[in-house]
Design a protein around this ligand. Structure first.
Ligand code: TYD
Length: 205
């Protein structure tokens, strides 16, 4: 069997992390080879790019180029080899995040985004993408309860996240075959059950 590529998306504070842990544990319990990873990041070089892009102020096109540079490395060094070997890759974010944050949130030209997407992965998209949908105000409240000062993105205002959320939903409408939209206000247990059901339905029937 060829590998599967699963991604998790949503605005900051939507609650992806817990669900990623559960899904990875579930897949490993099925004796599958699973790589858990994240973007930007996932390889030593891409993690260095992550440190830069999350913390240094820069032009929005520089930001978009760095996201795709990190992704190019991540695909070559980690994602594609695992998929080729028949393993599963579960990633916290991928290209949908660039569409949502850089195009939707920052206003990057959509044609430039498309050119980069075509350049970096013309023949690869996730097999399934879980989009955690949530009102920005609720997400912001969750973030302020939980942690530190946050990165450049977490410090953005609600209107930024309103645009990011709208762009995610638009992207999901364009790719209904691979997106599953989850109501991130549901309990973690309810969301976990939905994710498992979707995985079983799609890959194990
Ligand atoms: P994430 O790992 O979800 O943050 P954290 O570990 O702090 O929860 O994502 C890092 C940030 O990078 C997040 O705010 C979204 C942003 N991002 C983009 O703006 N564009 C991208 O292409 C990607 C992958 C992430």
């Amino acid at each position: 069997m060829s590998g599967r590529f699963i991604t998790f998306e949503g605005i900051d504070g939507a609650g992806k992390s817990t669900q990623i842990e559960s899904l990875v544990a579930n897949l490993r319990a099925r004796r599958l080879q699973v790589e858990q990873t994240r973007e930007p990041g996932g390889t030593p070089v891409a993690e260095k790019i992550r440190a830069l892009v999350l913390h240094e102020p820069m032009h929005l096109e520089t930001e978009a180029l760095l996201m795709f540079a990190a992704r190019r490395e991540h695909l070559a060094a980690r994602i594609e080899p695992v998929l080729t070997a028949g393993g599963w890759v579960v990633s916290d974010r991928f290209t949908d995040a660039t569409y949502a944050y850089q195009v939707g949130g920052r206003g990057l030209d959509a044609g430039k985004f498309e050119a980069l997407e075509r350049w970096v992965h013309p023949n690869r998209q996730p097999d399934l993408t879980f989009l955690f949908d949530l009102e920005p105000a609720i997400a912001a409240a969750r973030i302020s309860q939980s942690r530190n000062a946050g990165d450049r993105f977490e410090r953005e205002r609600n209107d930024f996240f309103t645009r990011v959320r709208a762009a995610y939903l638009a992207r999901a409408q364009h790719h209904p075959e691979r997106f599953l939209i989850l109501d991130a206000t549901e309990t973690p247990e309810a969301i976990r059950v939905r994710i498992e059901a979707a995985i079983t339905e799609r890959f194990f029937k």
